[in-house]
Design a protein around this ligand. Sequence first.
Ligand SMILES: Cc1cc2nc3c(=O)[nH]c(=O)nc-3n(C[C@H](O)[C@H](O)[C@H](O)COP(=O)(O)OP(=O)(O)OC[C@H]3O[C@@H](n4cnc5c(N)ncnc54)[C@H](O)[C@@H]3O)c2cc1C
Length: 507
Amino acid sequence: MRRRGPSRTADYDVSVVGSGPNGLAAAVLFARAGLRVAVYEAATELGGGARTTELISPGVWHDVCSSAHPMGLASPFMRAFDLSAHGVTMLRPDAAYAHPVDGGRAGVAWNDLDRTVDGLGADGPRWRALLAPLVADWTDVVELAMADLRGPRGLTSTAAVRFGARVAYQSRSMRRTRSDESIAGDMLTGVNLHAAVPPQTLAGTAVGLVLATLAHAVGWPIPRGGSRTIVAALAQDILRHGGELFTDCRVDDVRDLPPSTAVVLNLTPAVIARTARPVLPAPYLRKLSRFRYGPGACKVDLLLSGPVPWLADGCDRAGTLHLVGGREAALAAARTVAAGAHPERPYVLLTQPGVVDDSRAPEGRHTLSAYCHVPLGSDVDVSEAVLDQIERFAPGFRDLVVARHVQTAATLARYNENFSGGDILSGALSLGQLVRRPRPGVAAFSTPVAGLYHCSAATPPGPGVHGMAGFHVARRVLRRHFGLTGDPLRLLRPAAPPEHDSAQPGR
Ligand SMILES: Cc1cc2nc3c(=O)[nH]c(=O)nc-3n(C[C@H](O)[C@H](O)[C@H](O)COP(=O)(O)OP(=O)(O)OC[C@H]3O[C@@H](n4cnc5c(N)ncnc54)[C@H](O)[C@@H]3O)c2cc1C
């Protein structure tokens, strides 16, 4: 698997460039369809934004990027693939997320909707009214959120109309309400900010409502052993079905790839423009250059000598925490980043896998991962501001810090070129770029070159470890080039007998 430059000797049905979750998902479907498929990964390890490594010291495992995986249980691809059948244990913290505010209080999104409603006091009934119908129909919500949204069909279904009405209502009420008094409002603001756009916008609200729904439907699980176990499951499946995986194998020019009927680039527009420049027409390259990136992120991983001493009840049971305080503080942090500056009190998105997974650190020790938004391309280490925010809601926390590892936005961009400028969502989630991803006027998945495709967080349905961009591109390639019509997920459902049982990752 360690080769410098793709093999030019082999012919493949499909070559996939990049081994992020979407590239691997596409390769799983190609391999299961009986095609000869090869995956080329620039890094020494597979997995893109879903790797787990000993970032700080041996025996202490941190997710380098993604860590909480609602879509690992919920996306149609992942449901059909069934991670648990492939040895991945998805651990569900009792609470998906918590949002502490000053004064020792927190809003807690328990997996159980009723418990959440009870804990929200006066806000409880509104929380139920907003989310209960979506939770009841969560598979429809997910179908909509994970669709390729290229046709009107996906946008006019009953679920879409119900979801759209809630997005419009919620977004309008967030724009009208200026009060900091509602803990439920703070919670929704925190969850909307995952989208890294102003939380009161339609796009921010849409992303937030999907995540808020999943919190009560499947939870926000954390895989035992880290995100890399998801990658390993996908990689093993590709190998078992005869696919080939090459790491340390950067593709600088698509013309260097071995002859293949189709090439799928698991790359975002800026990287596609570099890798396929010689074959792509100039007008298309100009359109790609108009793809907009969002803010960057600065990521801080910590080794602690004990669990975080959260002040507010429930925070110690949550896998993810949103640390910023009330809604006004969240909006102020977002405005500062949008203006190109680093907030003194940033919105911090933190995961504490130790709540459910004791395998991440030697006994007594705890791992913690956090990030906050910063201006695109920033090389500023903002870990002190991140630690201050944690200390604010967990006094005494700083005394527990044994070691830290910081990745600035610039570092993240070097780590994975798809995170241009450190934009971990691989492209701004503005309304236009969310609904018509990658952007209006640029086709998702296909390119003007016959047989050349792309799928990544920059195509529908957007960022996350769900494999659905890989599914959407695979469906097109299987139909157009190999005459395989119908739902490719059927390839996953019957446990197809492995064709190459002896294959091991790393060959
Ligand atoms: C800090 C951080 C936290 C996140 N948290 C979460 C989370 O909790 N939950 C969640 O669902 N998502 C999260 N995400 C987002 C998620 O990781 C990404 O959306 C997802 O990984 C995108 O997958 P992808 O298939 O598009 O490709 P990527 O994961 O971007 O992988 C692309 C791969 O292509 C390779 N590559 C690039 N150029 C070349 C080339 N020229 N030749 C060969 N290979 C190349 C790269 O090395 C990389 O391995 C997070 C991301 C970051 C950075």
